[in-house]
Design a protein around this ligand. Structure first.
Ligand SMILES: NC(=O)c1ccc[n+]([C@@H]2O[C@H](COP(=O)([O-])OP(=O)(O)OC[C@H]3O[C@@H](n4cnc5c(N)ncnc54)[C@H](OP(=O)(O)O)[C@@H]3O)[C@@H](O)[C@H]2O)c1
Length: 309
């Protein structure tokens, strides 16, 4: 019987214990799932960066570290990590992100604030354009970005996307590389950032790149806080160059109460709730990777240590 260590922390253990046991059984894997196996006996580590494991050295026979989060920036550079690392791709996480992104894009596209926040007795009959006439850019076309781009295109938005490698997605104008980024930014009235945080993406939306967005563009960032240069964003918002920023993720979380994003009239802060890993579906993703590991099949969603995601 293989030994699976749950190292996601005590609170998550309550949520994952039953779904993981069920998913492992469903996948036909006979596993002893616990939070307290001796490290040298562990075959697989189910991991969260804020859980109890930070030194992977004693896990001498571990075949993989299975991250509960999509983002791996807090673990990928851990010098003690020699085992394969898999990130989380979970249908529940993806669905949640699609709902968040579509909701916030529609808010800005339809100008909902004008009606929700200004019901003051003045009749303002100004209809929004159709989605087909609204240009949206999605930076990052991975598990989450591609699903959001597809959902937006499904609503008829005029969607362009950007990724590191060339892609072809039906109904989406796909771009790659530095030139591609410039083209996507220049046309995007609403830009959604769903890139991982890596040395290459940190500070990607700096003053220069923000200046390439159309006047009054809106940013929706459920990716990672450091993708955007905060000072440059605040300057662009203050100048009205950027119309609004809906931010779910921040350099420091929780966002400190004195941070200028909180009171800013052009900023919406959501507290890193865009989407979360759902135990029922994530447990199946983890069980499937353990099944693959036991059968000698390649792991799904293996992190590339060189690119950092
Ligand atoms: N706020 C929340 O609640 C929440 C929840 C989950 C995840 N997230 C964030 O969302 C991020 C994306 O997740 P995911 O599962 O979609 O990741 P993913 O599948 O790894 O996709 C990442 C995408 O970014 C592109 N990319 C990476 N580096 C790039 C670069 N230097 N230049 C251009 N494109 C680059 C990749 O290009 P290629 O396709 O060419 O590789 C890929 O399309 C996570 O890393 C995490 O930070 C946030």
């Amino acid at each position: 019987m293989i030994k699976v260590l749950f190292a996601g922390g005590p609170t998550r253990w309550e949520d994952y214990r039953a779904p993981l046991a069920a998913a492992l059984a469903e996948a036909g894997v006979a596993a002893d799932l616990r939070t307290d196996h001796p490290p040298e006996a562990v075959d697989y580590i189910v991991y969260a960066p804020n859980g109890p494991v930070s030194d992977f050295t004693p896990f001498v026979r571990a075949k993989a570290v299975l991250n509960l989060w999509a983002g791996v920036e807090d673990v990928v550079g851990n010098p003690t990590l020699t085992q394969p690392l898999c990130r989380m791709v979970d249908v529940g996480l993806t669905e949640g992100m699609v709902e968040y992104v579509v909701g916030h894009v529609l808010r800005h596209h339809l100008g909902l604030d004008a009606h929700i926040l200004r019901q003051d007795g003045t009749w303002r009959p100004s209809a929004p354009p159709l989605a087909r006439d609204r240009r949206v850019g999605v930076l990052g076309l991975g598990a989450l970005g591609a699903a959001c781009a597809r959902a937006l295109a499904g609503l008829n938005f005029d969607v362009a996307g950007w990724s590191r490698s060339e892609k072809s997605l039906p109904g989406i104008a796909c771009h790659a590389g530095d030139g591609g980024l410039g083209r996507v930014l220049a046309r995007s009235e609403i830009v959604v950032t769903l890139l991982p945080l890596t040395p290459e993406t940190e500070g990607l939306l700096n003053a220069d790149r923000l200046a390439r967005l159309p006047e009054g563009a809106v940013i929706v960032n459920p990716g990672r806080g450091p993708l955007i240069d905060d000072e440059a964003l605040l300057a662009a918002l203050d100048a009205g160059r950027i119309g609004h920023a809906t931010l779910d993720v921040f350099r420091e979380e929780p966002l400190p109460p004195e941070h200028p994003f909180w009171p800013h009239p052009r900023v919406t802060v959501t507290p890193h709730i865009a989407s979360e890993t759902r135990p029922a579906t994530a447990a199946r993703a983890i069980a499937e990777n353990i099944r693959r590991g036991e059968e000698g099949a390649p792991f799904l969603h293996l992190v590339d240590r060189d690119t950092g995601y």
